[in-house]
Design a protein around this ligand. Sequence first.
Ligand code: FMN
Length: 240
Amino acid sequence: MARKSFKAGALTAPLPPVMVTVGDMENSNIITIGWTGILSTIPPRTYISVRPERHSYKLLKATGEFVINLTTAKQAREVDYVGIYTGAKVDKFKECKLTKVESKEVAAPTIAECPFALECRVVEVIPMGTHDVFIADIVSVSSDESIIDEAGKIRFDKADLMAYAHGEYFALGEKLGSFGFSTKKPKAQKSAPKKKPMENKEKSAPVSSKNAEKDDKKRPFYLDAPRGKGGKTKGKGKKR
Ligand SMILES: Cc1cc2nc3c(=O)[nH]c(=O)nc-3n(C[C@H](O)[C@H](O)[C@H](O)COP(=O)(O)O)c2cc1C
């Protein structure tokens, strides 16, 4: 297939257009952030890239804390508004009819209408060009009960999450599978002959770090199910 090259640019997709809350319950602000992601599982660590000229930047620097609020397709208008207007001039909570609720571990409020939130404490700020990168530990997470199923599992497939790609907002489509589904063997038929051990070995996942089992004890419950000795995730896990 033919391909075309373009001038280098900061472009990848899809991104989560999150609403980041900064400040505290009395003096708070919201900023839309597209430049965010996960840096490490243990410790659970994330980042947001923020331009120094943003009003939120000063609050971030002053408190060293923030909350990443994941957003839904129904919130596209609010996300866009929060990403255009500055908290130096408008109260974005009021204008967007968003409700602040106290977070568990940080002073910055959580947005009640958002399905999932990560409370973060900054460990380092790195100038990166146009943006400064705020690297932060995720110190607590919270989820709206409406997306927690009877087994206590967080159901992101029910969360109606939104994606951002090159200036455009999208709703997510259907669920395609769960972590590891590509390696799952089809259910054995009652009459099917047992596979030889070698065949199973060839199909097993590669062995990861020797410390995987030890590390697993420290894994946050919402991210990772424990791994077996062969490095393969047990149960319905989903690891990165
Ligand atoms: C979809 C979207 C993504 C954005 N991503 C970022 C970002 O990653 N970093 C940033 O500094 N500004 C980003 N912005 C711009 C800020 O959200 C915007 O300048 C906002 O008005 C700043 O608010 P404040 O002055 O109240 O802090 C984004 C805006 C939109 C709409």
